[in-house]
Write a protein that binds this ligand. Structure first.
Ligand SMILES: *[C@@H]1O[C@H](CO)[C@@H](O)[C@H](O)[C@H]1NC(C)=O
Ligand SMILES: *[C@@H]1O[C@H](CO)[C@@H](O)[C@H](O)[C@H]1NC(C)=O
Ligand SMILES: *[C@@H]1O[C@H](CO)[C@@H](O)[C@H](O)[C@H]1NC(C)=O
Length: 330
């Protein structure tokens, strides 16, 4: 009797467990996402891990890959300051190519310098292709001042000190990451002559311009450029929107006054060196503003963009295919 009772109880336990577990359908397949962290950060810092969790709440089941230049967090952080960006991009291209989940294409989010690096990925490789690219506070027209360092940031202070030797030396252009997107309107000749990265991806030197870059960028679905309204880290902050100060004696009016040249007045845009004008005229470039200092990612800033431009349901999964997936899984 006791045995029967205990059998009945365990049977009841199983039945009630089965009944209490809601029938859970697998999450619908969404377009995967790649994110590239900013300067001073690493691919799995607490902030990055938290951001990825928040995105997974918005898009359950989404596959996210965080770009890394090294599995070791300290080395990955250091690679944001020291290294050859062109070589780093080759590595990232191999990394993306080795991730099966990404091979059908993906959306991408670049934080700060990660934004112009992802744009470079589109221009130079884009296989597998990026669908929507969101860049937060990125330096698409470079910086005309090096970022300020907090007192305790060793890599940042080392890089800043090293850059005093000259940002346009061969050494700096292959070893200091920030020098490779340093674009000083007062030394535009030196920049165009030596810039190993930014002048290349912006197709600013006619003899070295590469038509593939423009053809690739123009294939983006949407390019979302986010500027931080009170950004004091990126100089000028309008670089996030392809703005830059004019070169002296050009359109610069009087004295030392600096004139901001917005995206649509840039030669890069007007002559469509990189496909940006094509994209914009098709309504596929969005200039967005987030309130606050550099990378102050308030929820009202990132959430609407993440909802709208990432995690789209994949069209390849037509209803009949999806039915089949469910049938096989059940
Ligand atoms: C232009 O860029 C493409 C894509 O990165 C590359 O395959 C090609 O070799 C480049 N062409 C020249 C002339 O550098
Ligand atoms: C141009 O770059 C070369 C080395 O890449 C350097 O020797 C030369 O001085 C530079 N010229 C100018 C005008 O900056
Ligand atoms: C540009 O302006 C600076 C000072 O504003 C002046 O010294 C220089 O000669 C000017 N150069 C040209 C080419 O006009």
């Amino acid at each position: 009797m006791a045995r029967l009772l205990s059998f009945t109880i365990s049977l009841l336990a199983v039945v009630s467990y089965v009944l209490s577990t809601p029938l859970r359908l697998p999450d619908a397949p969404r377009r995967p996402l790649v994110i590239w962290h900013g300067l001073g950060d690493s691919y799995a810092s607490p902030g990055m891990l938290q951001f990825m969790e928040l995105i997974k709440e918005v898009h359950p089941g989404i596959f996210i890959h965080s770009i890394r230049l090294d599995e070791d967090l300290d080395k990955d952080q250091k690679a944001g300051f020291f290294g050859d960006v062109n070589e780093q991009l080759d590595l990232v291209n191999e990394q993306i190519g080795a991730i099966p989940e990404l091979q059908g294409g993906f959306d991408a989010i670049g934080f700060s310098q990660g934004g112009q690096f992802l744009r470079a990925y589109v221009e130079r490789y884009n296989s597998p292709p990026i669908n929507n690219l969101i860049t937060f506070g990125s330096q698409h027209m470079g910086v005309s001042d090096l970022p300020m360092c907090s007192r305790w940031d060793i890599f940042c202070n080392l890089a800043r000190r090293a850059a005093r030797g000259g940002v346009y030396t061969q050494w700096a252009q292959h070893n200091l990451v920030q020098a490779q997107y340093y674009r000083d309107p007062d030394q535009l000749d030196a920049y165009l002559n030596s810039s190993s990265f930014l002048a290349s991806i912006n197709n600013e030197v006619p003899e070295r311009a590469n038509g593939t870059y423009a053809a690739h960028l123009a294939t983006l679905n949407t390019l979302v450029l986010v500027l931080f309204s009170a950004d004091k880290t990126v100089v000028p902050k309008e670089s996030a929107w392809f703005g830059s100060y004019s070169a002296p004696n050009g359109s610069r009016r009087g004295g030392d006054e600096k004139v901001m040249v917005p995206m649509r007045l840039q030669p890069l845009y007007a002559q469509d060196w990189i496909g940006l004008r094509r994209l914009d005229q098709a309504g596929r470039v969005l200039l967005e503003t987030c309130e606050g200092e550099h990378m102050q990612l308030a929820e009202e800033c990132w959430r609407p963009l993440v909802e709208r431009f990432t995690g789209g349901l994949l069209e390849e999964y037509a209803p009949s295919v999806w039915d089949e997936v469910l049938r096989v899984q059940n």
